[in-house]
Design a protein around this ligand. Structure first.
Ligand code: SME
Length: 205
């Protein structure tokens, strides 16, 4: 009986080792891995690591700690402001799945919509108006736990419930703002402020 079982098992192993299917599968896998690797190298070379954002789970602080160096690497070799603001918006959206994340830039004494991720938004905001205009006028980060309680809040979408706006400062002048909106109340705190302020400091104008 034992001999019979052993022969049966042994034969199965030999079948697996030498069968055409096993070899074909192995070769197919090696070729697949090779092509994936080549594609990655090609993309890294020609597209400046566009596919390489590593998204992690965990506490908010851990997520920012993983993201900030990646954003630094993503923008440090690129001098185009629009490209960098677009990639920062995309990276924040990918990691945190914020409802809306993007930039407004000061042009002719107004904030004008810049690169963003999320639903379509208001294109122009006057100084002092809404959360963005207030952050611009006051030159500091504003955290709004409930947008309906903020006098003059500009509702680009009724789904937005809380918001943080971080000014972009160059030579003591506000040149724009980073605006992040959430569908949750009280989504933002001093952790977001700390890391979003660190992120905007990476931007070269
Ligand atoms: N809620 C902002 C307007 C911009 S959108 O949220 C994208 C504000 O009050 O300034």
């Amino acid at each position: 009986m034992c001999v019979f079982v052993w022969v049966f098992v042994f034969n199965k192993r030999v079948d697996r080792i030498f069968s055409y299917n096993y070899d074909a599968h192995l070769i197919e896998k090696v070729l697949y891995d090779l092509s994936k690797n080549l594609k990655k190298r090609f993309t890294r070379y020609f597209c400046s690591m566009a596919e390489d954002l590593k998204i992690i789970e965990g506490k908010k602080e851990e997520q920012y700690q993983s993201l900030v160096p990646q954003i630094r690497a993503l923008i440090e070799g690129e001098s185009d402001l629009t490209a960098n603001l677009a990639n920062i918006s995309a990276a924040l959206k990918e990691q945190f799945n914020f409802f809306w994340v993007g930039f407004y830039l000061v042009k002719d004494d107004e904030l004008v919509l810049g690169p963003f991720q999320g639903p379509v938004a208001c294109t122009r905001i006057q100084k002092g108006r809404g959360v963005c205009g207030a952050a611009w006028a006051e030159g500091r980060t504003l955290i709004v736990p409930d947008v309906e309680a903020f006098p003059g809040h500009i509702a680009c979408s009724s789904l937005s419930k809380s918001e943080i706006v971080v000014p972009l400062i160059q030579e003591d002048q506000v040149v724009g703002v980073l605006d992040v909106d959430s569908e949750r109340l009280s989504a933002f705190d001093e952790v977001d402020q700390k890391y979003l302020e660190a992120i905007v400091q990476l931007i070269k104008f």
